[in-house]
Design a binder for this molecule. Sequence first.
Ligand code: VG1
Ligand code: CO
Length: 560
Amino acid sequence: MHIQTINTQPFNDQKPGTSGLRKKVKVFQQTGYLENFVQSIFDTLLEKEGLPAGATLALGGDGRYHNREAIQTIIQMAAANGFARVLVGQAGIMSTPAASHIIRKYHTFGGLVLSASHNQGGPQGDFGIKYNMSNGGPAPEKITDTIFEKSKVIASYKIATLSKDADLADIDIDTIGITVFDDASSGKQFTVQVIDAVHDYADLMQELFDFSAIKKLLASGFKMQFDGMHAVTGPYAQEIFVNRLSAPASSLMNCVPSEDFGGGHPDPNLTYAEDLVKIMFAGEKALDFGAASDGDGDRNMILGKNFFVTPSDSLAVLAANATLVPAYKNGIAGVARSMPTSGAADRVAAKLNIPCYETPTGWKFFGNLMDAGKVTLCGEESFGTSSSHVREKDGLWAVLFWLNILAKKGTSVEQVLMAHWAEFGRNVYSRHDYENIPTDAANSVITHIKAQFTSLPKQKFGAYTVKTCDDFSYHDPIDGSISNNQGIRILFTDGSRIVFRLSGTGTEGATIRIYLEAFEPDTKNHHLDAQVALAEMIKIALSISQLVEKTGRFAPTVIT
Ligand code: VG1
Ligand code: CO
């Protein structure tokens, strides 16, 4: 092993967003781009705490285009920067929740997860990278801010040549096993261990859920379909549903991962998971249960027979029924939801007499609450739910949780929701995304809304009156850190809300998200389509924001 220091020029655009650094593949392919960012991460860690002896790095990605090249580079940089060992997922693949589990199970120093999640892949698509801490969760803002600062002034990075033979320069990441490299100059050793991340993860799921009840359900004529969207969860779904729960192979679709996700958009929602949606909304022919997950396996969409469960409701249902699951049979400590997520979970928490925390968008804000034992379940409206079994959102976990509930209750998905709404009332909810808008136009929409902060309160819009509006700030109750500008909230006197946010995960132009919520206590209106029930709120949102006038867009790109 031979360590080299390579001079480099900083890039000025390496600011991590909601979930790591995401850019076009072409940007990541620029000389030194990935290296600079990885070195900035390592420099931040070395400065903060230094590397303990035997420090291990977990490494894997969602298998998208450029994953393999990036993994080779990162292994060489980890060796040069003093890591003793890298645990890499076979073929370079680890779902995001599996990576979180690996970090926790093997007590690694941290992990690098290579993913742009639900963003499109392939040579023209996106790539991404994110650092997770030793608790298995995404690095908090104070770390990502330091990484960005370092990336702006970086002058060199360290990289090791692990083999003298140029033809063998690539490390075999496809064969399970251990390779040891000697550093003659320091006398130290560097180990690359290729692991099967699927088994470890499946074992964890089997510990949490009642697999025998789910197996019985699946053998009883109950028909399910899981859509892997050509992304990372395919092998996990095969192991869990087919091998361990004896579901027929035909209950899986798009479960062979591909570097460009079959040319699709690996985002499990009603727009992009259209193959599954067709099957689940086929009238009488529709199956009992459908689910999909995203590029890196941390999101989930839950469908019943001709029925869509909003992620906000899903979190509330999981919280209300947690004791049906062996892992949570003694109850949950608390729940947390991101600010734009509906207040459905709050109603459950109130009834269970447990706390409900409201955090900014992004999973990194849940870590402290989970580490402190304040919450067990967390969720976001963006198809993310999970618990403290890991420190990431977890798509297959949510699917198994739902199957566990259905197996125990013996009712349909729709019946579960109708009963839930009858008990708690319904927080009617929808999100409208306007994607790829010129940045200036998007900013002008936000500025226009903010300019009305003083004039909006007490204003009447049809049946609704504005109570307050603000730009959401979060004060972390555990470490006291403050995160400002986390989304504009317009709160109405009856508890309805409109939230506006700019996405922090896109790579082209800007995306404006409008989150709409109205509370409906009356059971006779619970069957209504959300778009119908929210029609007036939608009009108000467009009138306050002047979005159509300022962007020239007449309709959202995606409605969830
Ligand atoms: C989106 C979602 C957010 C989620 C993030 C990462 O962020 O809104 O809730 O945590 O994606 O999800 P934004 O800033 O674009 O709204 V994933 O599945 O990319 O790791
Ligand atoms: Co994801």
